[in-house]
Structure formats: structure tokens, C-alpha cells
Write a new protein. Sequence first.
Length: 116
Amino acid sequence: MGRLKPGITLARAEEEATLQPIYQPILESEREGCSSSRGNELKRFISKPLLLMNGGHGRLVMQEGAQEPLLVLMSMVGLVLLIACANLAGLLVARGEARRREIGVRLAMGAKNARA
């Protein structure tokens, strides 16, 4: 992953193909770490072309594979949050109902609203 210099467009970088001589030694050095691979696989690995893409929106490979599971996860989190909010609202209503009688007695005895 890399960045283009300011003023260089993606089309110009593809036309110049100046990155291929830099990219080839990188592939060669990675090939040395994978010495157990077969000959055909190594040839295919070394002949991989350098692909230039716009990376402004992240890696598409990551987005394509993770979009549906992330939507499911986000839906589940939203459902759990909704249940938690409903539970909290129920607890607050129950506590208010339990204190309603107590507050009524205090007001009847002459307590001010701020003290009730």
C-alpha cells in the first residue's frame, strides 16, 4: 500500500509503470520465505502484476467481505440497546410508583414540594 505524490494521477502512474522494477525485488524477497511452494505457484507468484487502485475509501476486499456481518452485528447491538432502554424505563416507572404513596403521605403532613 502506498500513496501517489501530489500532482500525480492514477492514470499517469499506471502509464509510467515505474513501480514495476521496485515491485519485482519485493516479490523475489517474499518468495525466499516461501521455499516450500511448488514451481508453478512460484512462477505465478512472481508474475503477479502491480495493481493501482484508489484507496480513498479503504480496501474494497475488506469492505466486501465484512459488510453483511457488520450489518447483522450492528442490528444486534441496536436490539440489545433497545432492550436495555426499555428495562431502565420500566425500573424507573416501578420506583416512581413505589414512592408515590410515600410522597403523598409527606405532602399530607405538610412537607413542601422541594422536601417531598
